[in-house]
Design a protein around this ligand. Sequence first.
Ligand code: FMN
Length: 264
Amino acid sequence: MRPGSSDYLSRRSQRIDIGLNNLLPEYPKAIPGDSLFCAMEKKEINGHPHVKYHRPLVSIEELTENAEHFYRKMNLRRTVREFDSRAIPLEVMENIIRTAGTAPSGAHKQPWTFCLIADPGIKKKIREAAEKEERISYSQRMPESWKTDLKPLGTDWKKPFLEEAPYLIVVFKQSYGIKDDEKIQHYYVSESVGIACGFLIAAIHQAGLVTVTHTPSPMNFLSKILGRPENEKPFLLLPVGYAKEESYVPDLERKTLDEILKIY
Ligand SMILES: Cc1cc2nc3c(=O)[nH]c(=O)nc-3n(C[C@H](O)[C@H](O)[C@H](O)COP(=O)(O)O)c2cc1C
């Protein structure tokens, strides 16, 4: 069934599941390189190959419902700093990272690398190195105003979640690419990798897992521990897993729509 066909649309509107699942067009197995992708209609435009975009045609009612459901789902996302150590199948993590890899990027350079770590020995090394930096940051580097802002969150230099979570994802931004020993120019690297991390965090939440967007500073130790090349710089460190059975998060309020939206 082709996305956009009338069969597809009527099947889709009959689906009653709520949440992100009912936003997904029904070609979840169409991964670049798959035969499904190759079979898509192709056309040359300005000398470059293009594939037909199958627009997911949704009614105004569906648009309204989809947008509201997605907002409600995303509004439940919280940064959780206490993890259950239960194992998560690798396939789940691979699909979460595939989702991050669907992000737009400057000139489609995809300037990111996601390192997935389950090895307890490497997690231990990362925790020790992060805590070493964080201990110095909390005692010497951070101004009082920053520490005051962090007080309601209850954070300190200790990072047990770096060993407790079943997985760590370390996101690297590639300042430039390398192909056949040649340097490749990348554009809008931080913007691109930031957007990919947004997709990543949304995918983690959508799957039913939690994460902490962790930024130990400085974090060059991650390049050394993971043996990453010179063109990659550590960007974010995200432990991923189930939330601990009983965990509490700071009672925060998000800005209202009036505060964040200006309509012109
Ligand atoms: C760029 C960035 C860096 C962050 N760094 C840390 C961090 O190092 N440690 C931590 O515990 N939380 C960190 N956070 C999580 C924020 O504290 C959290 O997102 C914020 O308090 C709002 O809570 P919420 O995510 O539950 O909505 C970071 C978040 C962002 C976006």
